[in-house]
Design a protein around this ligand. Structure first.
Ligand code: GDP
Length: 470
């Protein structure tokens, strides 16, 4: 438009410079400058980043000087019955924020506590399934995972799963060795067993922080929270409170009287009552905002969980929300976003499948072949794992993200989805729901009952020789 030329003319001019483009392509600044100069027009880099750029490309040009420390966001994971819920309760009841003592805690999916005059945010959904499901939608919410291991029971299958999920998400792990009040408690055994999974206690020369606690007797909870703060300091968690708010939907539901209700975790900027927001395909204006005690608040800064009313529909958990200038912009952006999402879905089909592996290796898209391995017995599990890992070559590294004895579960599928892994099942089958979940997530599940067949397939796939299966 500025050149006052037709697009055809510009395309021709680009071609004369060897640039093949259509009206739908972007050209880089240097190319644009050359073309513009041809017509005697001077170019200048636009400094203003449009709202859409912020939204969709998420240009994080943070002004370092505006970053201030923010509270850590913590999730509690571990095997069933090891005390996740009890620990969350113990933390909440012993560390209420002073001014709100006696206030009734609302369940909004997250809460904040105070320790050593600092704040810590806890996600109130124990277990790694919720955590990984959120991550599958692209949300990076948690900074620290507390891995709860019962001292009388030791490392169990879901403990290992939790470790692998946390590792895949690059989240720092603090171990809470729980139930130390029990007569059969043996913290050293827990430490020993964790060593086998690459988590070595500091006192044993490793770098993992382990705190013995009793959620039931509320023992050592202070110490655990101190360790959370220590790790938070090492991570140097910071955010700019002084900009347009952005964060993640923690959970959301439809309330008969109040309409869509969403719990949001602010991750940067400050969210204010009255702000217009978008989250996925939902948008709206914040009619009311409350904290985890149900108190109405006007604004919420980084790491604060809030409950918000006023969205036009129920957003998905894990969806990222943004505050925008006004509701009209919000509506417009949601339309654009729906379109963009369709496009991205299309692009996403570049997920790894064994059949496509070779092409993706050649295109340089894949350097690590990530695998989740499930088998019926420990012996074959180890055998499958070690023989597949040996297939690593100069171009591709075979990397086992998670391996365990047992059927293929939905949790395996989400883990495979977020780590772009293929699932190898040896003498195990996925349930019907699992197969559907895998299809939806475009995760490739391969089932074998003969080890060498599995090795052969992965090897052939790596060399581009895999026969397609029908
Ligand atoms: P979750 O499944 O991991 O959430 O575990 P829960 O918090 O529901 O706890 C499972 C059981 O262990 C419950 O009966 C708790 O009372 C018990 N429990 C949890 N923490 C402790 C503890 O520190 N000491 C003892 N003795 N029991 C505990």
């Amino acid at each position: 438009e500025a050149l006052k030329k037709t697009s055809t003319e510009i395309i021709k001019k680009l071609m004369s410079f060897g640039v093949m483009a259509t009206v739908n392509n972007d050209v880089d600044f240097d190319t644009a400058t050359i073309i513009a100069e041809e017509y005697g027009v001077k170019t200048e880099k636009a400094v203003q980043i449009s709202e859409e750029d912020i939204l969709f490309d998420d240009i994080e040009e943070e002004d370092e000087s505006k970053l201030v420390p923010r509270p850590p966001v913590v999730v509690v994971m571990g095997h069933v019955d090891h005390g996740k819920t009890s620990l969350l309760d113990a933390i909440r009841s012993t560390h209420v924020i002073d001014s709100e003592a006696g206030g009734i805690t609302q369940h909004i999916g997250a809460y904040m506590v105070k320790a050593k005059d600092r704040r810590i945010t806890f996600l109130d959904t124990p277990g790694h399934e919720a955590f990984t499901a959120m991550r599958a939608r692209g949300a990076q919410v948690t900074d620290i995972a507390i891995l709860v291991v019962a001292a009388d029971d030791g490392v169990m299958p879901q403990t290992i799963e939790a470790i692998n999920h946390a590792k895949a998400a690059n989240v720092s792990i603090i171990v809470a060795i729980n139930k130390i009040d029990k007569p059969g408690a043996n913290p050293d055994r827990v430490k020993q067993e964790l060593t086998e999974h690459g988590i070595v206690a500091e006192e044993w020369g490793g770098d993992a922080i382990m705190v013995p606690v009793s959620a039931k007797k509320r023992e050592n909870i202070d110490q655990l929270l101190e360790m959370v703060l220590l790790v938070a300091d090492m991570l140097e968690l910071k955010a700019n409170p002084d900009r347009q708010a952005k964060g993640t939907i923690i959970e959301a539901k439809l309330d008969k009287e109040r309409g869509p209700v969403a719990t949001m975790l602010v991750q940067r900027g400050t969210l204010k009552a009255g702000d217009s927001i978008i989250a996925g395909s939902a948008f709206g204006r914040i009619k009311a905002m409350t904290n985890d005690k149900g108190t109405a608040i006007k604004s919420a800064g980084p790491s604060m969980p809030v409950e918000v009313l006023g969205m036009n529909e129920v957003p998905d958990a894990g969806e990222i929300f943004y505050a925008v200038t006004d509701e009209k912009v919000a509506k417009h952006l949601v339309e654009k976003r729906k379109y963009k999402q369709k496009e991205q879905q299309y692009k996403k089909s570049a997920k790894v499948s064994l059949e496509e592996l070779y092409n993706q290796i050649k295109e340089g898209k894949v350097k690590d072949l990530n695998l989740v391995i499930k088998a019926d017995v420990q012996g074959s599990l180890e055998a499958v794992k070690s023989s597949l890992m040996k297939l690593s070559n100069d171009e591709v590294r075979v990397n086992v993200v998670h391996y365990a004895v047992g059927a293929i579960t939905e949790s395996d599928v989400t883990l495979a989805q977020v780590s772009n892994a293929i699932i190898i099942g040896f003498n195990v089958r996925p349930g019907i729901n699992v197969t559907e979940a895998a299809k939806a997530a475009e995760v490739d599940i391969r089932l074998y009952s003969i080890i060498y067949k599995a090795i052969e397939d992965v090897q052939s796939a790596m060399n581009g020789l895999l026969e397609p299966t029908y």
